[in-house]
Design a protein around this ligand. Structure first.
Ligand code: GCW
Length: 608
């Protein structure tokens, strides 16, 4: 199974060493005719230039990886029935196009919905070389180039990746090398303490020395390792706060250790108080990242990249763009997206993400964003992503990381064509269904930007007050009159973290876009929306519509001629999604009906 590359019949053989060699292999097998000549030009790096010559042949120039990306461009265009008539030049917008796996050494995957790890089993590295070559091909053909293989929550024995497991890790890095994919590792900030050092204080000379020595050993084994990914002082992970240091102290200390080898430190900004008292109204979780990082702008070393989740909470179906991505102009930034569907349906419910990503880009100036990262939705299921249609998220993420201008419909249609080769009418139908899936999911889950009404911990299915009296800072405060939190200047002040244009867009409930309404405002159920409906009526309507649209989605989707085994898996998941959508619709509507006492204007069934 090779997903969107299923038309490439010849598996990548063992023993290829460089992306340029792989490019030659792929072209000679997938595109033996017309002739394609390749010329390596290191100055082009990942970029390529393809020229269509008068005799019908093609010429590709590029760095070694550029040749590979150029080769996939030609091959995939050809598989799509497209051809390059003159010449094209292309180079990626982002230098690091990363997939972050949350895989644990025991083979489990945190928030994974597609089987077990492709890289670990029984406490150590373990992989099937053929599957790694398939995966490498998938990732490279989507333009992705960095793979962080282990969970940011570094639980023992993942620390051994920097110690006894190095030789094995070097072999895995070698397996990915022809695909132009460099490995990255999540590290444990307190790891020096495993060597008997009594502290992990980033300003302690012994600790600094330990990291330098460790980096020299790691890069001696894997000279092209991309760097380290760090989750520090977040959800119980160790970090510089323990020693009264800030995150620039922590990140810069590591940056110095990896600098001689061209390594980067990707430092996550997912830092907030995860032991909040629900009675405490002074703390508003979305404000946390800004409070921890904004004042450090300009203080990070140039090989540090701050990795910021796209929204200020945590990958909810609707969140505004994180203010850090707009405000830290003197810091290298990466935006972090989540392909694994933690809050978006567990790869059971259909949820195509590119429409959401495109919305984020509407507000993103992107000048100082140098990397795009996504939490992996991969596992060892035969189809890699559990739900066969979830693969569209991996592929289109790659296209977007290469070129954020990529149009959502074109990207999804290309994936459909490569994967299923349907007739034009069927392809259009599938493309439209995929593009509509996010809006449908959004309608039947937590309303109007409020988020979090999920079953705690597992995060699938409705539970409107599951997190209401918990420690995580995720409250909606619904009572009999009103719902939501005022995050404007008159409320928690979260909105003040944004530039003026954005503040203006959201600050008044009358003009705030509907879908963000309850993210920013606390409003009575009787509040009149722009179209004249009351807030609570809009909530009821959205949920009934979301359920009905899921029914229509199921019917249309299941009428398409998917091949087996996809057809069976899609049918089975669609049935579960229908059940889930009904649970959401009824529970959310009942919740608000019980609280508000307001009947549905249209007299539809809401349970008491
Ligand atoms: O919200 C949380 C997830 C955790 C995850 C964390 C993070 C890896 O529920 O499972 O931990 O986000 O992004 O670090």
């Amino acid at each position: 199974m090779n997903l969107w590359l299923s038309q490439l019949k010849d598996p990548v053989p063992d023993g290829l060493k460089t992306p340029a060699e792989l490019a030659r292999f792929e072209l000679s097998h997938a595109l033996p005719d017309p002739a394609v000549t390749l010329a390596e030009d290191a100055s082009l790096g990942d970029g390529y230039r393809i020229e269509a010559l008068d005799d019908g042949s093609f010429h590709i120039a590029g760095g070694s990886t550029g040749l590979l990306y150029g080769a996939y461009r030609l091959i995939l265009d050809r598989l799509c029935g497209e051809t390059i008539s003159d010449s094209v030049e292309s180079a990626p917008k982002y230098a690091l196009r990363m997939i972050d796996c949350w895989d644990n050494p025991d083979g489990t995957i945190e928030r994974g919905y597609a089987g077990r790890s492709l890289f670990f089993a029984d406490g150590k590295l373990s992989w099937d070389p053929e599957r790694i070559r398939e995966l490498g091909r998938l990732l490279a053909s989507a333009g992705l180039n960095v793979l962080c293989i282990n969970n940011v929550n570094v639980h023992f024995p993942a620390q051994l990746l920097l110690e006894d497991d190095l030789p094995s890790l070097a072999l895995l890095a070698e397996a990915f090398r022809p695909f132009g994919i460099r490995l990255m590792l999540s590290i444990d900030f307190s790891q020096p303490m495993r060597s008997g050092i009594p502290t992990a204080d980033p300003l302690d000379p012994v600790v600094r020395e330990w990291w330098k020595k460790t980096a020299s050993q790691v890069w001696a084994a894997i000279p092209d390792l991309a760097g380290f990914l760090v989750k520090a002082d977040s959800e119980g992970r160790p970090g510089p706060f323990t020693y009264g240091r800030n995150h620039a102290d922590g990140a810069n200390m590591l940056a110095e250790a990896v600098r001689p080898y061209g390594g980067v430190i990707v430092w996550r900004c997912f830092v907030y108080n995860c032991r909040q008292d629900w009675r405490d109204t002074a703390t508003d979780r979305p404000k946390a990242a800004w409070e921890h990082y904004a004042f450090l702008d300009g203080q990070f070393a140039d090989n540090v990249i701050l990795q910021v989740k796209h929204g200020p909470f945590d990958f909810q179906v609707r969140e505004p763009l994180s203010p850090l991505l707009l405000g830290m102009k003197r810091t290298n930034l990466a935006m972090e997206l989540q392909l694994t569907q933690e809050y978006t349906g567990h790869q059971i419910d259909l949820y195509t993400m590119i429409p959401m990503w495109k919305e984020l880009y509407e507000e993103l100036p992107a000048d100082n964003i140098m990397s795009l990262a996504a939490v992996s939705n991969l596992g060892n299921d035969a189809n890699y992503t559990g739900h066969p249609l979830a693969a569209v998220n991996l592929y289109t993420f790659g296209l977007l990381a290469w070129n954020p201008e990529t149009d959502a419909e074109t990207a999804v249609a290309r994936w459909c064509r490569l994967t299923y080769g349907f007739s034009p009418a069927e392809e259009k139908k599938l493309t439209d269904l995929l593009l509509s899936s996010r809006g449908i999911y959004e309608k039947y889950t937590a309303p109007l930007g409020i988020g979090w009404m999920v079953n705690p911990h597992d995060h699938y299915g409705p539970n409107p007050s599951g997190y209401e009296y918990d420690l995580w800072g995720t409250y909606h405060k619904a009572d009999r009159n009103a719902v939501g939190i005022d995050r404007t200047a008159g409320g928690t002040g979260y909105l003040s973290q944004y530039p003026e244009t954005i503040r203006k867009k959201y600050e008044k409930p009358e003009t705030c876009p509907d879908l963000y309404l309850l993210f920013y405002h606390r409003l009575p159920y009787t509040f009149r929306m722009k179209d004249g409906r009351t807030l609570v009526q809009r909530i009821y309507d959205d949920h009934f519509e979301g359920l009905e649209e899921t029914r229509v989605l199921a019917e249309k989707l299941l009428s398409l001629p998917f091949p087996e085994p996809d057809a069976g898996v899609i049918r089975e998941r669609m049935e579960k999604q229908l059940y889930n959508a009904r649970e959401w619709c009824d529970i959310i509507n009942t919740f608000f009906h019980r609280l508000s006492g307001v009947p549905d204007e249209r007299g539809r069934k809401i349970y008491d």
